[in-house]
Design a protein around this ligand. Structure first.
Ligand code: DAT
Ligand code: MG
Length: 148
């Protein structure tokens, strides 16, 4: 089953949005496979955002990600990468629809509360980076009530 990497950024943790965000993925029917609260170092944040290293905002982005604890998660389900991005909303909260996490809880692009993998391949890479120890092995007993 498809998996995605979701991270609640330091602003989301500081603002008390952890429960709300987890709840949205849970209520959708996705399965929580990995979860931890941690501080990351600059070199780790740089690795996570390596694809953006040439961007002018890279330094500020890394500084933001290391500014406090983040919640790293692995969520599983059919189409979870793309649907996860839909639940999160557009990168710039000014363009995120109401009802999305960024549309409901963020204003500035540099404080947009949450990260979600943008493709199945990047999800695989990010899960390996953030959860080298692996994720939990379980299946929901509600599976047949969520999938036909
Ligand atoms: P996303 O997080 O929606 O996948 P991204 O991967 O293009 O977006 O960029 C990663 C983060 O970098 C994004 O969540 C916020 C920041 N960012 C992106 N574009 C930016 C810009 N033009 N100015 C400032 N920060 C930006
Ligand atoms: Mg991205």
């Amino acid at each position: 089953m498809e998996q995605t990497f979701i991270m609640i950024k330091p602003d989301g943790v500081q603002r008390g949005l952890v429960g709300e965000i987890i709840s949205r993925f849970e209520k959708k029917g996705f399965l929580l496979k990995g979860l931890k609260l941690l501080n990351v170092e600059q070199s780790f944040a740089e690795k996570h955002y390596a694809d953006l290293s040439a961007k002018p905002f890279f330094g500020g982005l890394v500084e933001y990600i290391v500014s406090g604890p983040v919640v790293a998660m692995v969520w599983e389900g059919k189409g979870v990468v793309k649907t996860g991005r839909t639940i999160i909303g557009a990168t710039n909260p000014a363009a995120s629809a109401p009802g999305t996490i960024r549309g409901d809880f963020a204003i500035d692009i540099g404080r947009n509360v949450i990260h979600g993998s943008d493709a199945v391949e990047s999800a695989t890479k990010e899960i390996a980076l953030w959860f080298p120890e692996g994720v939990a092995n379980w299946q929901s007993s509600l599976h047949s009530w969520i999938y036909e």
